[in-house]
Design a protein around this ligand. Structure first.
Ligand SMILES: Cc1cc2nc3c(=O)[nH]c(=O)nc-3n(C[C@H](O)[C@H](O)[C@H](O)COP(=O)(O)OP(=O)(O)OC[C@H]3O[C@@H](n4cnc5c(N)ncnc54)[C@H](O)[C@@H]3O)c2cc1C
Length: 314
């Protein structure tokens, strides 16, 4: 099989109309990439269409965390947390250990905060238990002098107690690209810079797609049995353009990170805290010589709201 390059993209594009696809996936973010990989492993003739570059949207702008969803324990979502922890550990230990790496987190228990040391410790014990004690390391309590030593920016006069636990950090864009490559190696045909412009329906059933090559404007029609819409936050606008949206399927939100040079905000652990404004969980994260702080969580339109406003930064 030839390596994956712009030349293979051209030959996949040349051949795309001649196939009867078992599954056609729209969207080359992590969702579409993962589905393409799995479908190709099952031996399905799989085609993936991405109108920009792979991972160019949400899947390269996340907080880069692969986590088990500690905060969902607050809502007793035990099976969700169990599944997420096991998937996280599968990625870290087996599927992509070079990309999914353990990251130490500090949870300070703030004076006057919502949860005291007992409940925080209990939640973290449950987190280790649900991971079948296969998290990178089990959580442990930190003394305040340890906190002051390892994260001097934390104001320990405001802290009652603190805990250390482990989740993972990744490079989200690379994880998506490697999943695309893996899908290709398993036999899928992933094409970037190709837009799904119209869903073709016959007798109320999906039969194919009209495509537009966004590099040269060329148009083609492809045929397939199953369509997977993995357009993520663009699902409402895409279906609306097709006249197929009865009511919005998603309520998109906007999340902004503040990115500072490490020297301006030096941390070596991820730090979890809750927003003073609305109590949502936020993170301070070390990231390749920078510190990410975020996110905000406001209503937003994925097509238009791509910039951080002064209000977001405030
Ligand atoms: C601020 C923020 C932080 C986050 N942090 C984390 C985190 O730390 N950990 C975590 O696990 N999750 C995190 N998430 C969630 C995670 O990033 C998303 O769930 C994930 O990236 C969604 O991937 P996707 O493939 O569904 O969507 P996307 O990555 O947006 O991909 C959809 C793709 O569809 C394409 N597309 C749209 N229309 C068409 C068309 N007509 N034809 C062809 N292609 C089309 C788009 O170009 C796009 O590339 C975060 C999300 C946000 C917003």
């Amino acid at each position: 099989m030839p390596g994956f390059s712009f030349q293979t993209r051209q030959s996949l594009w040349n051949d795309i109309e001649n196939q009867d696809w078992d599954i056609i996936i729209i969207g080359g973010g992590i969702t579409g990439a993962g589905i393409a990989r799995q479908a190709a492993y099952y031996g399905l003739r799989t085609c993936l269409i991405e109108k920009k570059d792979f991972a160019s949207e949400t899947s390269s702008h996340s907080s880069k965390l692969i986590h088990g969803g500690l905060r969902y324990l607050e809502y007793f979502e035990l099976s969700l947390v169990y599944e997420s922890l096991h998937e996280k550990n599968l990625l870290m230990y087996k599927v992509a250990p070079h990309l999914v790496r353990p990251l130490p987190f500090i949870i300070p228990v703030w004076k006057g905060g919502k949860y005291g040391p007992f409940l925080t410790g209990l939640g973290l014990t449950l987190y280790d238990l649900l991971a079948s004690f296969r998290n990178y390391k089990n959580h442990r309590k930190l003394s305040l002098s340890e906190v002051a030593e390892i994260e001097p920016l934390l104001d320990i006069s405001q802290i009652r107690d603190a805990f250390l636990y482990y989740d993972c950090q990744t490079d989200d864009a690379r994880l998506t690209l490697e999943t695309i490559l893996s899908a290709y190696e398993a036999g899928a045909s992933p094409l970037n810079y190709v837009e799904a412009s119209r869903i073709i329906m016959e007798n109320g059933r999906f039969t194919g797609l009209e495509l537009r090559n966004t590099i040269n404007g060329e148009e083609k029609r492809i045929h397939g049995k199953v369509l997977v819409n993995a357009t993520g936050p663009f699902i409402n606008s895409f279906l609306s353009e097709q006249g197929l949206l009865e009511k919005p399927l998603l309520r998109p939100t906007k999340g902004v990170h503040i990115i500072l040079p490490h020297e301006a905000f030096p941390v070596s652990h991820a730090i979890t805290f809750t927003s003073a404004v609305d109590g949502r969980v936020m993170f301070i994260l070390p990231w390749h010589g920078y510190t990410l702080i975020g996110t905000t969580d406001t209503a937003g339109n994925p097509e238009e709201d791509k910039e951080a406003t002064p209000k977001d930064i405030e």
